[in-house]
Structures are given as structure tokens and as C-alpha cells.
Ligand binder design. Structure first.
Ligand SMILES: [Fe+2]
Length: 328
């Protein structure tokens, strides 16, 4: 359940209340005041974010990529740039830090994931800003990774423990050229920030990946075993990975999970377990029904996010900033 607070004074620090929605009570009317508000209450906001995993700011005077950039900067997170990331989504930069959310077409659902959890380098925070909501749909789905873990360890203890013990490997296919129509269509050159095949191989080697070049110039790469369940500083275990997005959203994977996913010991992850994971997460998902000007801050370790499909003439404009780096 969401928790709605007018301002920070009555934040609850209640783990079951998700997300925490902070509504401007009218006292913040300029971007300068919004920044001052964040700075003044930073400790409380951080505490609440670590507790529930997501904050949603509503009714604050944030109207453009520029004002969003300023607002997010008030949190003072070290920057994590999209260019340097190993993300395979196609995006466009607006300011140095602000870029478009996944450019996949409106009918495509982006399934729940922890940002860049399929790579060894990922951001600790992800923020989204709704400059313009869609006519219909287009919600950002968010889901608690610690709650998913708790449910899974109850309903499927053996396989969940195995996942925790051996981790997961992802296989991705990076096309020769950017394909914006796909949710994961970033070319190998831009994914790896390289100019040629030799540099790509060098980078993959350093990352501990194995790889194969395909006849059409695309590159198939498999990660080493990455953790699928992590432990937070307060002892909470979180289901931190890209398994749902890979299973549900990557081409052909729902028919044959082996093409993209396996346990860290190279054994197959069976479909029944994958379906259970999807079902448990869906039960815990909260859809942010965007209003223009909303800003969400998501702790990438604690909550997954995704995007619902949308319809209508109005162009959905949701921008993203990543903050701080985590490393496996
Ligand atoms: Fe994402």
C-alpha cells in the first residue's frame, strides 16, 4: 500500500508502506524552494527511501529536463551516466545527466527489473520524472525486491536457495546497429562504448564474459555468474536481478529460457520456477499512475521497476537520471 504524506514531517518509516508519496502542501512554489526542501530534509528522505525503496514527489514545481536535473542534483548522488553503463536499452540524452526512459514503442511492456542488474555495474538509485503522462496507461510499475524474496523463499525454497548460492548468468544479443523499436536494441558498439570488434572483445574479457560473433554482425555475450539475491546493510535479502525482464521481455526467452538465462552453475532454470517468480512479483506490484510533474526516486537495490504499455495521441515523456554506482 502506498503511504501519502503532505510533507516529510509525518513520514512513517514503515516498511510495509510502498511507495511513500510526498505531496507538496503548497509551500514549495519555485525550483529553488524545491531544492532547499530536499536539502533540508535529506536525512529523513534517505531514511524513508532505504525503508520503502521508493519515494514519489507530487505537485512540486518541476516542469522540464532542466528543472528535474536541478531537483535530482539536490540529493547529491554521485552521477552514473548512461553512456558509461552497459545498458542495452536505446535512450536519448536531454541534459548531461537526464535521458529518456527506454525508447521502446508504446505497445511494448518493459517488465520488472533492477536497473542494469544483468551487468556487473549498476546504479544504486534510479529516478524518473513525468514531463507528460500518456492519455492511457504508461504507468511505471514498481515492486519491492525484498518482498519478492520473502514470498519466493516460502513458495519455492529449494530453487530460491540455489539461486542465492550459485547466482545467474545472462546471455544477451547485441545487434550490429541500434534498433530503437526493441526494448533492448542498443548495438554492441554503443553498449560497450567501443569502435571495433577487437575493442569489444577486450572489454568483454575484462568483464569476465564469454562471447560469440554471429553471421549478421551481431554479438552474443554471456556474463559470468552474477548474484541474483543480495543482502542489504540491514540484513534484508533482496531479489536483485534481471530475471523477470529477461524471461518475459527478451525475444524468444519465454519459449526457451535457456537462450538467455541459466543458473550460475550452467544448469537450466525451469519454466515453472520462472512463472512463479513472475506471478509473485505481479502480486506485489504498484503502478505509478503518472501525473505531469511527478518525480520518483527508486532505490535500485530495494525496488524493481518496469513500464506498462500505453495508448493515445499524447506523447508520454518520462525522463530518467541514474545516481551512484554499485558494483557486484
Ligand atoms: Fe529500467
Amino acid at each position: 500500500m502506498a503511504y501519502i504524506s503532505n510533507m516529510v514531517a509525518d513520514l512513517k518509516f514503515e516498511k510495509s508502506e510502498f511507495p511513500s508519496i510526498i505531496v507538496n502542501d503548497g509551500s514549495v512554489s519555485t525550483i529553488e524552494q524545491a531544492k532547499a526542501f530536499v536539502k533540508e530534509h535529506l536525512e529523513l528522505l534517505e531514511q524513508e527511501l532505504f525503508c520503502t525503496g521508493a519515494l514519489l514527489f507530487r505537485g512540486f514545481p518541476i516542469t522540464s529536463a532542466q528543472t528535474y536535473d536541478e531537483f535530482f542534483s539536490a540529493f547529491n548522488y554521485p552521477n552514473f551516466t548512461y553512456k558509461e553503463s552497459l545498458s542495452n536499452a536505446v535512450r536519448i540524452n536531454h541534459t548531461e545527466y537526464v535521458f529518456t526512459a527506454n525508447e521502446a514503442p508504446k505497445h511494448v511492456e518493459i517488465y520488472l527489473h533492477n536497473e542494469m542488474a544483468q551487468t556487473p555495474v549498476y546504479p544504486a538509485k534510479i529516478s524518473l520524472f513525468c514531463e507528460q503522462a500518456a492519455d492511457k496507461g504508461g504507468e511505471t510499475a514498481i515492486c519491492r525486491s525484498d518482498f519478492i524474496y520473502q514470498n519466493l523463499i516460502n513458495v519455492e525454497p529449494e530453487l530460491t536457495e540455489k539461486l542465492e548460492r550459485v547466482g545467474v548468468k545472462y546471455t544477451t544479443l547485441m545487434p550490429a546497429e541500434d534498433k530503437p523499436e526493441s526494448g533492448q536494441g542498443r548495438s554492441w558498439k554503443s553498449t560497450l562504448t567501443v569502435e571495433n570488434a577487437e575493442q569489444a572483445e577486450e572489454k568483454l574479457k575484462n568483464l569476465g564474459y564469454s562471447w560469440q560473433w554471429l553471421a549478421d554482425g551481431s554479438l552474443k555475450a554471456q556474463t559470468s555468474a552474477l548474484p541474483a539475491i543480495r543482502i542489504l546493510s540491514d540484513g534484508r535479502k533482496v531479489f536483485f536481478n534481471q530475471i523477470i525482464a529477461a524471461y518475459m521481455g527478451w525475444s524468444g526467452v519465454r519459449d526457451n529460457p535457456d537462450v538467455a538465462l541459466c543458473f550460475g552453475d550452467d544448469s537450466s532454470i525451469n519454466k515453472a520456477f520462472l512463472e512463479t517468480i513472475v506471478k509473485q512479483a505481479e502480486l506485489l506490484t504498484y503502478d505509478i499512475a503518472w501525473q505531469d510533474g511527478d518525480v520518483a526516486i527508486v532505490d535500485n537495490n530495494i525496488a524493481k521497476h518496469g513500464r506498462r504499455p500505453f495508448e493515445g495521441e499524447r506523447k508520454r515523456k518520462v525522463l530518467v537520471v541514474l545516481g551512484a554506482s554499485g558494483k557486484k
